[in-house]
Design a protein around this ligand. Sequence first.
Ligand SMILES: Nc1ncnc2c1ncn2[C@@H]1O[C@H](COP(=O)(O)OP(=O)(O)OP(=O)(O)O)[C@@H](O)[C@H]1O
Length: 298
Amino acid sequence: MTTALTVRTEELSVRFAGVPALDRLDLRLAPGKIHGLLGRNGSGKSTLAATLAGFRRPDAGRVLIEGGDLGAAQEPYENAIVTSRVGLIRESGDVPDSVPVKHAVRLAAALRPYWDADLAAELLDRFEIPLNKKIQKLSRGKKSALGVVLGLAGRAPLTIFDESYLGMDVPSRNLFYDMLLADYAEVPRTIVLSTHLVNEVSTMLEEVVILDKGRLVTQSPVDALRGRGASIVGPAAAVDEFTAGFTVLAEERLGGTKSTTVLGDLDPALLGQATAAGLEVGPVGLQDLFVHLTGAQS
Ligand SMILES: Nc1ncnc2c1ncn2[C@@H]1O[C@H](COP(=O)(O)OP(=O)(O)OP(=O)(O)O)[C@@H](O)[C@H]1O
């Protein structure tokens, strides 16, 4: 039985040639949730993922992983007990690619204490990955899919997908999201999805960590983040009048109808005004907030 792990970082810093890739991060990833690790290119997502998985030693501060069958908090670096329970799936694959797929599957089965062979067989079949083909002969998408299969079937109590599915086409990515959600419902574990495809994963996420230039921008439950703003939809003139005093994150127009995303709290009085003006008020999109918080261009 897999048991989810809790992750904490304390003042975690990682530097390359003196330049910080992670800068004094204090995080807590609650057990048994799907966390989005979001950030623009170079914001430190891969460095954080590798450090959580024990692939990299912090330059300062520390990573602590606890709970499940690990018990008390332990640091992952050079710790075989912890690293066998943490699955990091990167696009590079991290498997020797001169061997056939079935060898990589056997190796993963031997290394992963919670490996599920039936799930692996089902996933290899669903993603149409040929068992006898050498990994180096697989297409980029199939290589990514193999990484995803090994990551899901490993059922590691902390499983981190570091943009490992980006090489896959849309139907394959959708299959990955469906299989992840189905298996997570059956065997809860702590999942981290590192990505900049915010829209694609936003409905799956329960918690979000946003990095920018190695710093923590925010860590928050998704619902709380969505509550930081609102989208106002209705006749363009009425939307413009209502949103005049707000910080606008995004605007979209279709004929006479407009949708404007604003930052700020809409109290009941304002919500009443919006309804009276014939406007619809919805939660803010995660992508719009991400763009705003990281200064990215959509
Ligand atoms: N091995 C390395 N040597 C030197 N600098 C590195 C190394 N790995 C990462 N960096 C630097 O650390 C910073 C963070 O990189 P990182 O790969 O963690 O970001 P990321 O958010 O995963 O980016 P992306 O979305 O582009 O994959 C960047 O400035 C990058 O250039």
